[in-house]
Every structure is written in C-alpha cells, then in structure tokens.
Design a protein around this ligand. Structure first.
Ligand SMILES: [Zn+2]
Length: 440
C-alpha cells in the first residue's frame, strides 16, 4: 500500500501536476508569454480602504496612462465608511477591479472559522450584488493578517498580504500574495523607490504588487503624493516592453491560465493554421486572454488571426533572428485560425540579403524538432552539418546545390541525447556555426 502511494506521488511530480489542475502543454513552435504581450514583468497597484483621493486623483491618473488598478473595499464598516456603490460601479466600468477587503476590517487572528466565513463570503456577495460587469474574485486581508487559507480559497482565487517581497512568475501561495507597502509608513516613498522595485521585478521576471492607501492629504494611512504616483506611472509608460500593468485579479487569472494552458495545432495547410487553446479552468472566472506567439510560417509575410470567428489583434514582432506573430487567445473560447496574409517574397519591408548567414535555430532549446534558417547571397553548393561538442558529426542535414535567398531546414533529433550541439553552415564564401540546445 505504501509502495503504491509513493509511485503515484512520483508519477504526479513527473507529470508536473499542480493542485490547480493540469500542467502547461504547448505544441512546438508555439510559446505562451510568461506575462501578457511577452513583457518581462507584471506590476499591480492595489489601493485599500476607499480613501477619497483614490477616486478623485488616482483613478483619473491611471486612466490617463491606460492602466488598471485594484480597489480593495470594506463593505460594512461604519469606521471605514460605507462604500459609495455608484462611484465604485463607475470605476469598475472603466476597467478597474473592485475587490474584497472583508466586511468589517477586523483582523482574522484568533477569529473563528464561522466568523471568517462571514467576512469572506458576505463581502464578496456585497460586491457582486452591487457591481456589474465583473466578478469579485480576490481579497486583501485586514491588516495583512491571514486566517484560515483553505476557507479563503473557497471564495477567492488570490488573497493579498504585505510581506514586502516581489512574487515569482508563479507564486508559491495564492492565498498569501505578497505586496509592498508604499507611502510615508512604507519602504516605498519616492518615485526612485518605486522604480528600483520595478527594475528588480524585471530582473526576476516576477510580479510586483504595491499596496497604497491615502493619496495626498485625504486622511488615508501612509499617504503617497499624487505627484510621486504620476512620476511612477510615467516611468512605466515609457517602458512598455518591460512592464505589464494590470489589476491584481487579472494577473492572478493570467498566471493560473498560463500554467494550466494547453496549446495544440490541430490543423495546418499552406495558408491556414488552426490552434486550440484550453485550460480546463472555470470559464466563469478565468476569462482573461493569454498571449501566444510562433515564428511566421515559411513564406508568410504576416497573418490575420481570428478566434471563434471574431478578429484578434496580431502583431508581427522581429526577434533576434526570426519574426514572430503574436496574438491573444482566450482559453476554451473556440478555435484560433491563423490565415496567411501576403507572401514573404512580396513583403514590402523585406530587406535584401546582403550577406550569407546562418541564423539561430528556433525553438531553442528544442525537443526534438527545431528549424534552422539561413540566407545565401548567391546560388551554390551548401553543406549544413550538426556536430556534438567534441566535434563528432551527428548528422548532415544538407549537402546540395541551392538557389540564393532565404532557406530553412528542420532538424529532428529523435535518437540524439540531450546536450549542446553545433550547427555548421559551409558554402561559397561562408563558414558559420551556431550552438543549439536539445533539452529532453
Ligand atoms: Zn485596510
């Protein structure tokens, strides 16, 4: 009996199962962005207790930059003030998140499970009954004190504390997501403080959650000057490829969808590709798109994309050696169709080939199939060979006469061990090598 259990545990670990369901499986050559739009880091601004200038100053400022924030709302405390539901509904309609901050703003320390249930459940139902167009799925503990996390998980997909650290790309505990206290009482007071936290987040590729209360002189705890907030948002706005700014709830949705997503290419012709994106999660809650990309198929200049018959914005992004098509897809919301849009040969921005060159293979690392692109300035005999690091030939992929232009060849490393390999292109006036990593 013991033995059977052990075997099962090992099997689950090997399959990468998590307690949130299935693990990510993505068909080559697709990739899912760690963050939306393949940005490097995620940042969420969360405001607690509904102080006056959050509505009169912070929300308009965030609107000006096109960023969404989260308002953690206490729903039945006389001390903290009852919510102005009209203002909150208006704020929600602009894309901001109205989330829970308990019924009465009482610490969960020592509180019975039945009272915690009341605080968690009724705060959520208060918000859901007053705010339309979104669902209340996240909460912030009063005074950052956690209670019974499994109770909390019955109502919420993520809950916020304030342990002052930057979360990794997948948090260890969604019922205790860290945030960093801002303002006069916190460690982040100036725009420089904000920016240093942001640059750390880019280095780790993680998620920075900021906790704010008062803005200027509205009487809220640990106030932040609105001028500091403006400087901070200007910095983020100026670095759009690094930072994804989104509500606490939407980042939590994205992470769980990303980590559970399955991306499968289910049909392909020369001009159309069908991709299926599923996540097995509850679609009533997990309704946020994830970003996918893949190299432009051979001969395609760009693509149009639609999901379930609706057009989807598509971006052609130039990587180091390959062009990607990047688009959002909503898991479980119908097949995604990529359609060829123009031929590579008639691409207006296509640059003339000025040198014969061996490009980096993609994907890299790969398992077991990868594509090796190269360009030739003139026609001639070409040899493309793969060696191991000790110089032993693994395979010859090409040994023939080719026309000038762009070429690519697929390498399938079915019977080859994991490791670093060297691809060598030899031809008239060209001898180039690139390293490739096979990771099984
Ligand atoms: Zn509070």
């Amino acid at each position: 009996m013991m033995k059977t259990c052990t075997t099962i545990v090992i099997l689950l670990a090997a399959l990468g199962c998590s307690r949130f369901g299935r693990a990510q499986t993505v068909d080559s050559p697709y990739e899912i962005g760690v963050w939306r739009g393949f940005r490097t880091a995620a940042v969420s601004f969360t405001f607690d207790d509904g102080t006056a200038n959050q509505f009169s100053k912070a929300v308009p400022l965030f609107n000006e930059f096109g960023f969404n924030l989260t308002l953690f709302t206490v729903t039945r405390s006389i001390e903290y003030g009852l919510p102005n539901w009209d203002v909150l509904q208006n704020t929600a309609a602009q894309g901001h998140e109205i989330a829970a901050h308990t019924l009465t703003h009482t610490s969960f320390a020592g509180m019975s499970d039945s009272l915690q249930t009341l605080e968690l459940r009724d705060c959520q139902s208060d918000i859901d009954s007053h705010i339309s167009g979104q669902k209340c799925v996240t909460m912030a503990y009063a005074f950052c004190v956690t209670g019974n996390k499994s109770l909390c998980a019955q109502y919420y997909i993520a809950a916020r504390i304030c342990s002052g650290v930057i979360e990794p790309r997948t948090p260890r505990d969604f019922m205790a997501i860290s945030s960093i206290i801002c303002g006069t009482e916190g460690s982040v007071k100036t725009a420089d403080h904000f920016i240093s936290r942001f640059t750390s987040t880019v280095k780790s590729g993680g998620w920075c959650v900021l906790l704010l209360h008062g803005v200027d002189d509205d009487g809220g705890w640990s106030p932040v000057p609105s001028s500091t907030l403006r400087e901070t948002l200007e910095y983020l706005h100026a670095n759009p490829n690094d930072y994804w700014i989104e509500t606490f709830g939407n980042v939590a949705r994205y992470i769980k969808e990303r980590d559970a997503a399955s991306v499968a290419e289910i049909a392909a012709t020369d001009t159309d590709i069908t991709v299926r994106v599923t996540d097995g999660l509850d679609d009533a809650i997990y309704n946020y798109p994830v970003t996918l990309r893949r190299p432009l198929p051979d001969g395609w200049a760009s693509a149009t994309v639609e999901q379930n018959g609706q057009p989807v914005a598509v971006q052609v992004a130039e990587g180091d050696s390959v062009s990607f098509i990047m688009f959002d897809a909503l898991p479980d919301a119908g097949d995604v169709i990529l359609t060829k849009n123009g031929s590579a040969g008639v691409r207006t921005d296509d640059q003339a080939i000025t040198a014969s060159v061996l490009r980096q293979n993609y994907p890299n690392p790969f398992n077991p199939v990868t594509t090796i692109p190269f360009e030739l300035t003139k026609a001639g005999w070409v040899r493309l060979t793969v060696f191991d690091l000790r110089g032993r030939e693994v395979t010859t992929l090409l040994n023939e006469e080719l026309a000038s232009g762009r070429h690519s060849i697929t390498f399938t490393a079915e019977t080859v061990a994991s490791g670093v390999y060297v691809c060598t292109l030899q031809g008239e006036g060209v001898l180039q090598q690139r390293k490739m990593v096979l990771l099984r």
